[in-house]
Design a protein. Sequence first.
Length: 457
Amino acid sequence: MSKQPVPWTVEEYASYLETHAESTTYLEATEAHNLKWNTNRSPDGVRKKMLRHGIKTPSDHFKADPNADVYQSAFESDGNRAVATVSDRMPRTLDELIEACNVDLTVWKIDTHKVNRWGNDDNPNFQVKAKLSKIIPDESLWPVLQPIDAPVFTKPKQNISSNKDGLFTTMICNDAHIGYIRDESTGKLIPTHDRKALDLFCSVAESLRPNTIIINGDFIDLPDWQSKFPVGPELARHMQPAIFEAHWWIRRMMAIGAKVVYIEGNHEERMPRALIANTQAAYQIRAAGDHDEHPVVSIPNYLKLDRLGVEWVGNYPNGVYWVNENLGAQHGDVVRANSGGSVSTAVIKSGESVVFGHVHRMEMAVHTDWNFGKPRQRMAASLGCLCRIDGVVPARKQRNNWQQGFGIIDHESGNGIFHLQPIHISNGRCIAAGRMWQGRDLTNDIARDCNYPLLKT
């Protein structure tokens, strides 16, 4: 049978308040009170009673109370960003967190905070966790972002011929979201993209040798180039390795001998948007003598797409690459909650056949119009993604209705017909061209070739 706490009398409570006001810690106040009233109360029990009665607790009471072993507070910073936490068996507020961790709100701003609870009613635990960033960042702590130092790429001879039936082949992938989450304990960079899925796409392309490869937007993630959603320190300052790795994958695609087209997505558009909002003086600035080149601060320049011979299609969300005169590829900006909803909207809205990304789902819809008594069909298809779908990619929620995949399009040129084959990826495998494919994790090869050891497993 558990020991019941001894109730407080009105006189004892009033006496303790006087002792509390004259003391510097709960340990000191409780010892003085027990001596005066011949009780055996614990500092942690006294602290909880004060909180229930609305008596605010100074932060030094928390830290100096050795018996309150359940209470823990921590403040971890990498210089410009920080995470503050306070844990206890009693519910805590953001104000108490700020006080317990001695957060200087003239230096730090709260980006986001969350109250967590676990355990049962008899043994509850509470935690308040806040992510912070410096109001005035220390610029010396940010890494200097550099474009790829890439030599001129010697492309193999491009495959421009059709097959014996006059057909061309185009392969298309969407939404790799190349980026990372830093493991705070090891410093290693955990990818938000799926390297096995990317390897599957490239391996199938190396076998089929398509005429064209389309990178259909959001190939790179750029989480800290936006202000719509809070970004914790584990997601910040990873653009440099993302540029190195994205360049590595594009070079592999170029080596196939296909024409490679890169369509701007909403995540690539984060960069010019951020410049317009925060640094207009740098927007659209080009280097001396490079009037016809891409702006200095731009994805095409950082990835050196011109040196690789990659065709850039900008102007999101309006940028379109025409596979032939009857099928366009664009990143897309239509999102509907339910499976099939996005393509059902797009097939009506677009007025023409289109393949798109953005929604990270495998969907297809076909619609028939009648004009002067003749049927005309058009199609809309979303071809999944090459990012991870296990909740790692920063999003509104962790459990998303996403699927991995890509597309193979056989088509005539000009005003010809086309056939789209969606390729679904499941657990690092896919079936394409009549055979089974197994994706490989090429992490160590990428880290070696990019000379970036933190990418290693």
